[in-house]
Design a binder for this molecule. Structure first.
Ligand SMILES: [Zn+2]
Length: 285
């Protein structure tokens, strides 16, 4: 019999929910949009009603959360009112419920489905609205003592720089997130930006500066963790083939200049559903 788990991805504006088999195939997917002012009980009720409807078909519930998670507890969320140590117990179900950071969930999905667990030490860096990371250490997801291990976006790139939501200044994500890139180029989407870059030399220069900041943060990360493979996910990954070699070259130049071929870097393949799929793998990780 196939093993089916429920995967849930809590985003900033929507909750994705689905039944997912061990091969990562998605069934009965539902997306519920919500506004930022919705309370914790709204999120709990939304998840509980989906889980109750499908609990006979599944063996566990995995929930990806945009925040710091440690030992199945939500320790901190920047933008959502989810910080409740009893969050897991509020979901009305008989099934076991597992929580994970959303970037870590995306990492698990990519690690298991695309790379078939072939690397021992592995990392995925999500570059989208913000920047997060998920770490696999010796084949296992690594949260760290406080659950901070993937908070790469909130390491400082420029001291005294731009104010960040987290309270510090100059965080990596304030310079290298997609939100920042669109802000400085005054574009509505990455699609629009890449269409214009070839025609407009000024935009090309701004994008090159952006890639330099992105490369600085990734190089800092590689110098610290030195994984067997580093994967870049998030919305920037859709356009990865437009700048892969330039980015790899820039990263290499910051790593004692060992040569770009030595940089084990690639773009994520699974797209928007990675978080949802990875959440369903939390029970077996
Ligand atoms: Zn920050």
């Amino acid at each position: 019999m196939k093993i089916i788990n429920i995967g849930i991805d809590i985003g900033g504006r929507h909750i994705g929910m689905a039944l997912i088999d061990e091969k990562g195939k998605i069934h009965k997917k539902e997306i519920v949009n919500y506004s930022k002012d919705k309370s914790l009980s709204y999120i709990v009720d939304t998840i509980s009603s989906y889980v109750q409807e499908h609990e006979k078909e599944a063996s566990s519930v995995g929930i990806g959360v945009p925040g710091i998670v440690k030992n199945n507890k939500i320790v901190y969320t920047c933008n959502l009112s989810l910080e409740d140590p009893n969050f897991v117990h509020k979901i009305r179900t008989k099934l076991p419920v597992y929580l994970g950071n959303d970037a870590l969930c995306a990492t698990l999905a990519e690690y298991k489905l695309v790379d078939k667990c072939k690397y021992k030490n592995y990392a995925l860096i999500t570059v989208g609205t913000g920047i997060g990371a998920g770490l696999i250490f010796d084949g296992k997801p690594y949260e760290g003592k406080h659950g901070y291990s993937g908070e790469l976006g909130h390491t400082v790139l420029k001291k005294g720089g731009l104010q960040c939501n987290c309270g510090r200044r100059g965080c990596f994500e304030r310079y290298a997130s997609v939100s920042r890139l669109l802000e400085v180029t005054k574009k509505k989407s990455l699609g629009e930006l890449f269409e214009d870059i070839e025609k407009n030399g000024n935009l090309a220069q701004i994008f090159d500066n952006y890639l330099d900041d992105l490369a600085d943060g990734i190089a800092n990360f590689i110098m610290t963790y030195d994984p067997d493979m580093t994967v870049i996910g998030g919305s920037i990954a859709w356009f990865g083939d437009k700048f892969y070699y330039i980015l790899r070259e820039k990263i290499a130049s910051k790593l004692f200049n060992r040569g770009a071929k030595d940089v084990m870097l690639k773009f994520a393949k699974l797209g928007n559903d990675a978080g949802l799929i990875g959440a369903s793998f939390l029970a077996n990780s």
